[in-house]
Design a protein around this ligand. Structure first.
Ligand SMILES: Nc1nc2c(ncn2[C@@H]2O[C@H](COP(=O)(O)OP(=O)(O)OP(=O)(O)O)[C@@H](O)[C@H]2O)c(=O)[nH]1
Ligand SMILES: [Mg+2]
Length: 418
């Protein structure tokens, strides 16, 4: 764990960031409005980390400066502002190269985190299960590797961390090599550990495919209301919170539909635009849950100012993942909109997704009957109701085989394995 603490993306760093300045650039095709929307999101991410944003800056940028990302005038102006504000850390919306990050830290004398590191820090803080922790730690180490070459010494000093013996003092090339080797060793160990954990997950997935129940993954942008919807549909109490990435680990529950059919519903980690690729790789197994589901319920927060772009991000991410299952579009949080706006949003979101929209409020429970019907219809196509599977699909209470496929303790009698 000591090693993980040194990552720029680590929660230990975040904990020391009681106040932050956030900044983002608009340049070329990128319009200022888009940058402002992303800065709003970065503010939300900062809030999720528990830091307070004391200043935000949207900066016009003609060319990206290879050494410092921003031009020298901006670097100076932001530096002066940071000094005036008593040295808040800087969160930068744009992707910084290790060198740019290092130079900015040197010039401003405060920790500089980019968007990826903020997201990694949130994931690190929120990971609860063994799998989640291993995945996040791997993502952090991978993020750290290319950042080694710049001399950790000054980062150690600036971030006020105490290095281990080997890290103290000047960092020669040799030390960097030693460190790189240690990180690679650690990555190998973590990968092995992850494989073991994944075997257990595979066991559960196999158990799931052994029961002839359709599975439906709830997917969507972070904070769209997926967990609230799972709770609403299945009377569960998984954590739903007004935070980005409240959910990291998938949770599966049994859902009885009005046709009498039962399906397995899985709540999953939320998507976000420019999801750090380190995380996409690390969470491949978790995302596998989405890939293997028979159907998807795409949840959108229709009350969000950026709802359309968020839906586009979700669709693009699903596309990249090779997910093309039949889907239902749940246009959520309509309780926050007037009827006319809700209609309009539903129409526009439906057109983007190419799916008939179902307007719901997961929080209030409106539209849930229609949503269940839509899911029921798709489930009927995905797993036809044959004589052989009918008793299980429509059983009054779930049995051992089904219990193994979902994350719910089973206290009843297990059916003998056949
Ligand atoms: N007004 C309103 N708020 C909702 C509705 N559905 C969810 N919320 C709120 O939106 C916030 C996020 O809900 P979650 O269910 O945690 O969202 P999520 O998609 O699971 O989010 P992550 O797990 O963070 O990706 C919570 O504060 C919910 O109470 C809704 O229909 N109406
Ligand atoms: Mg959630």
């Amino acid at each position: 764990m000591a090693r993980q603490r040194r990552s720029g993306a680590d929660p230990g760093v975040a904990a020391t960031l009681d106040k932050v300045l956030i900044a983002g650039a608009f340049h070329g095709q990128r319009r200022r409005e888009q940058t402002e929307i992303e800065l709003d999101e970065l503010e939300e991410l900062a809030r999720t980390l528990g830091t307070s944003v004391v200043e935000r800056a949207a900066v016009a940028l003609r060319d990206i400066h290879p050494g410092t990302f921003f031009g020298s005038g901006t670097v100076e102006a932001l530096g002066a502002r940071i000094a005036e504000l008593g040295g808040p850390a800087a969160l930068i919306n744009d992707q910084l190269s290790p060198r740019q990050q290092r130079n900015l830290e040197e010039s401003w004398g405060v920790p500089v985190l980019d968007r990826t590191e903020v997201i990694l820090a949130i994931f690190a803080r929120r990971a609860r299960t063994a799998e989640g922790r291993v995945q996040v730690e791997m993502a952090q180490l991978e993020h750290q590797l290319p950042r080694l070459a710049g001399g950790w010494a000054h980062l150690e000093r600036q971030r006020g961390r105490v290095g281990t013996g080997s890290m103290r003092g000047g960092m020669g090339e040799k030390q960097i090599e030693v460190d790189r080797r240690l990180i690679n060793q650690k990555l190998r160990r973590l990968r092995q550990r992850l494989r073991e954990i994944e075997r257990q997950r595979t066991t559960r997935r196999t158990a799931r495919s052994a029961v002839p129940l359709a599975s439906c993954a709830l997917v969507g942008y972070t904070n769209a209301g997926k967990s609230t919807l799972l709770n609403r549909l299945t009377n569960s109490t998984v954590l739903a919170d007004d935070l980005l990435f409240a959910t990291l680990d998938p949770t599966s529950r049994l859902l009885g539909l009005s046709s009498g059919r039962r399906i397995i519903v899985t709540d999953t980690v939320g998507f976000i635009q420019s999801l750090p690729h380190e995380l996409v790789e690390a969470f491949a197994a978790t995302l596998e849950e989405v890939r293997e589901a028979h159907l998807l319920t795409i949840v959108v927060d229709a009350s969000h100012a950026d709802a359309e772009a968020q839906l586009e991000t979700v669709l693009a991410t699903l596309d990249e993942m090779g997910c093309d299952q039949p889907a239902v579009l749940a246009v959520n949080k309509v309780d926050r909109l007037g009827a006319a706006t809700a209609d309009d949003m539903a129409r526009r979101l439906g057109a983007i997704a190419g799916l008939p929209p179902v307007r719901i409020s997961a929080a209030r429970g409106t539209g849930i009957r229609e949503l269940r019907q839509a899911i029921d219809a798709l489930a009927a196509e995905a797993v036809p109701d044959t004589r052989a599977n009918r008793p299980i699909i429509a059983a009054g209470s779930f049995d051992g085989d089904v219990a193994e496929a979902i994350d719910q303790p089973f206290h009843g009698r297990r059916r003998a394995a056949s």
